[in-house]
Design a binder for this molecule. Structure first.
Ligand SMILES: Cc1cc2nc3c(=O)[nH]c(=O)nc-3n(C[C@H](O)[C@H](O)[C@H](O)COP(=O)(O)OP(=O)(O)OC[C@H]3O[C@@H](n4cnc5c(N)ncnc54)[C@H](O)[C@@H]3O)c2cc1C
Length: 267
């Protein structure tokens, strides 16, 4: 027995079934009429989280004043701090370190490992556990221009085109130049990227790529990468200190207004 609200919907399906069957009989398949411009706008404006008129707004105060952000994020930026500054003595921090990493996704774990490789003391704090991150969920693959028909320059053009020319050029340059080195670094650590029968690394096409440059580990690429990075951090536990279930709730600036630390909240 279906609940009443579903019965309404089922009645609508039944009432229009003959019409749909007729369309299939005539065209050999179901034809869905395209939406007109104003019909599409109405659906987007009323329902799509990126288009609704209240989806984004300007931040009213602080260093990010006038920046247009998702409304929920703007609300958060304008909220009171969780920290009562009088209760903390900044001259006596709980931890001191050369490199402090916030976040235990693939970026944070890689940063911690590379900082350690380069001789720095490292502290990583992450909100949940190491690898509890978007990175763990990535499936399709990771892009790097290391194929014979590819180059960082072509990768660069694909990215700025895909980004509608809004990207920061220096960041795109760093990404395309470092990507092949990163794949090699991950492989050396133990990530098993897919390979062809002849041993060549498999490269697949991906969204916005004019060359095949997606490196995959079946359909769990992010999990494969995170698992290896996390193991590597566990292996170096004597050198890389990590705090789990520990969120950064406020950043601390030094006298030059550079970020020099954070208030951490143990969940
Ligand atoms: C389902 C899915 C599929 C995807 N597929 C692909 C793909 O195929 N290819 C691709 O290139 N990209 C893909 N992406 C995007 C890709 O996964 C992300 O861009 C990438 O993993 C981001 O890595 P990151 O380390 O910067 O961030 P995250 O992996 O998000 O890590 C951020 C970390 O910071 C922690 N954190 C956040 N705030 C705080 C705080 N205040 N204090 C302490 N810790 C904090 C989080 O808990 C988390 O551990 C996919 C994403 C998703 C969700």
């Amino acid at each position: 027995m279906y609940p009443e609200y579903m019965m309404e919907s089922i009645k609508k399906v039944e009432a229009t079934r003959a019409e749909r069957l007729e369309l299939v009989r005539k065209h050999g398949k179901m034809i869905y009429p395209g939406m007109k411009e104003d019909e599409r706008a109405e659906v987007l404006d009323n329902f799509h989280p990126d288009y609704k008129s209240d989806a984004r707004r300007k931040v009213k105060v602080g260093v990010d004043k006038d920046l247009i952000l998702t409304t929920e994020v703007a609300d958060m930026f304008e909220s009171y701090s969780r920290i009562d500054i009088d209760k903390f003595d900044l001259s006596k921090p709980d931890f001191e370190t050369d490199v402090f990493v916030i976040g235990g996704g693939s970026a944070g774990m890689s940063a911690a490992l590379v900082a350690n490789e380069n001789g720095s003391s490292v502290l990583l704090a992450t909100k949940l556990r190491l690898g509890d991150a978007n990175s763990m969920m990535a499936q399709g693959g990771i892009q790097a221009a290391d194929g014979a028909d590819d180059s960082p320059a072509i990768h660069y053009l694909d990215i700025v085109g895909g980004g509608h020319f809004d990207n920061k050029p220096e960041l795109v340059e760093a990404l395309v130049q470092d990507a092949p080195k990163s794949i090699k670094w991950l492989e050396d650590l133990g990530v098993m990227f897919d390979r062809e029968k002849d041993g060549k690394i498999t490269v697949k096409s991906g969204g916005g790529t004019s060359r095949n440059r997606m490196h995959s580990a079946r359909d769990y690429t992010g999990a494969a990468i995170c698992r290896v990075l996390r193991d590597e951090i566990y292996n170096k536990a004597d050198k890389i200190k990590y705090l789990e279930y520990t969120a950064a709730v406020e950043l601390i600036l030094n006298e030059k207004k550079e970020v020099a630390g954070a208030f951490l909240y143990h969940l």
